[in-house]
Design a protein around this ligand. Sequence first.
Ligand code: NAD
Ligand code: DAU
Length: 341
Amino acid sequence: MSRTLLVTGGAGFIGSNFVRLIRRDRPDWTVTNLDALTYSGNLENLADLEGDAKHRFVRGDICDADVVRHLMSECDVVVHFAAESHVDRSIQDSGPFIQSNVLGTQILLDVARAANIDRFVHVSTDEVYGSLPLDQPELKFTEESMLAPNSPYAASKAASDLLVRAAHHTFGMPTIITRCSNNFGPFQFPEKVIPLFVSNLIEDKPVPLYGDGLNVRDWLHVEDHCEAILTVLERGAPGEVYNVGGDNERSNLELTHEILRLMGKGDDMIRRVQDRLGHDRRYAIDSSKLQSELGWKPTRSAWPDALEQTVRWYCDHEQWWRRVKSGAYREYYENQYQGLV
Ligand code: NAD
Ligand code: DAU
């Protein structure tokens, strides 16, 4: 069935990978891509789609109800990525997180209901479940786990999840929520740990490791995440939540050692810096519902190969991250790392 999609946040890391996947695997679908081009939105992420008649980029804010209303009148499905996405920035200033993640989602939902949208996929995060202990490795987040967000970012995402849930419960809207673990792959903004560490090492700068480095994340390749979103869009049940994860848990120290090894650098490049405030200890996702009910499984996430390809991508695309790391990024970096790295 041919679809007309409104993708929000499609100039960011995951959104741009998703738009590319749709244009490749669903060539008869049409995509309108609404993105405000905040600091993390980048049209260079979509350069290969220039001139594609089935991809239309619109610069605009999801909080602008008039723009959203106009675009939704021409679409039948919404896939909602647009958000402030970096935990450290939410600790510095949570205002933009409430504005885009909470208010923006409410505006999209209200307009989508009036426009009778066929399906509304809300892209959320495992961070809404809070933190797991290190000493109980058998514990993982399921869709029934309690929401216990710990950072302002996670709290804003949990609030948006609850608005989406309420839109289904109260108005019968055909909403679906996905909650995914940490993504890696091409076009990730270099404030996030993997592109930050790789680009620092290329510049021969040390890498800032928070606290004891034992915090654990569950890493999934961005294309596996995008395929999961496409799967729930086509086959998911309205009102449901689907966890998405890679079964690929690593401590930050293990991740750092792996990156150092791949780049031929030594442990002397590690700078231990002050821990992130409220730093969640461990995330681990049980994605068996998505796997058994909808038949999704990750195919691109296995380490060390997948990590090596990602490291190589940043080595091969120096111009891309060098442009991103200039300008306003420098101010953020100074503020975050206080001249330590
Ligand atoms: P990103 O920061 O790279 O991209 C976010 C995009 O949203 C940017 O292009 C930005 O310009 C746009 N945007 C922000 N506010 C907007 C607004 N008010 N109006 C219109 N556009 C706006 O983030 P990402 O890593 O690609 O994350 C995308 C989504 O996936 C987010 O909702 C995030 O919570 C979720 N998520 C991310 C991960 C991860 O590991 N990166 C994992 C799970 C879920
Ligand atoms: O779990 C999904 C989430 O993954 C998404 O919802 C978020 O949008 C995404 O940013 C990511 O959040 P994290 O906080 O886990 O990602 P980040 O890359 O910022 O950090 C990963 C780990 O690395 C975390 O434990 C903190 C640590 N870290 C991070 C930075 C930036 C460091 O040790 N040093 C750093 O400089």
